[in-house]
Design a binder for this molecule. Structure first.
Ligand code: HEC
Length: 111
């Protein structure tokens, strides 16, 4: 919940025209851009209902305790899943830029 507020604050700051400070302000991704980049993930992942597609629904991902793998849900483990894929999910380590991945992570926090 705290992080939601933080991401929201960053987005507000950005839209308020403080974009110049954005890179200095930290690494929080851009939710709107993350949502766009997530389109390629949405083929396999629902975000607005719990139904499984090719992959599990990511609705409420960061409200869960564990991933399918049994690892705790946190930025590092979710980023690892994105980078490494596995079990039917492509590895995005080289397919997405670091920015894209951070934006997607920020977006996933809003689900
Ligand atoms: C071709 C289908 C496919 C695409 C495209 C895909 N995934 Fe997945 N994803 C999967 C499958 C299948 C799993 C389940 C893997 C497992 O059980 O270990 C998964 C698992 C995950 C998980 C872990 C969910 C959990 O509850 O454990 C996350 C997070 C995730 N994907 C994010 C993404 C993101 C972000 C993208 C886009 C950059 C993406 N996926 C693209 C198929 C896909």
């Amino acid at each position: 919940m705290i992080r939601h507020g933080f991401v929201f604050a960053v987005v507000v700051a950005l839209s308020a025209g403080m974009a110049g400070n954005a890179s200095a302000a930290g690494k929080a991704g851009d939710v709107a851009k993350g949502k766009e980049a997530f389109e390629q993930c949405a083929i396999c992942h629902n975000v607005d209902n719990d139904e499984k597609k090719m992959g599990p629904s990511l609705k409420g991902l960061f409200k869960r305790k564990t991933l399918q793998s049994g690892k705790p849900v946190n930025d590092a483990n979710v980023m690892m899943q994105i980078n490494n894929g596995g079990n039917g999910m492509p590895a995005y380590a080289d397919m997405l830029s670091k920015d894209d991945k951070e934006n997607i992570l920020a977006y996933l926090h809003t689900l």
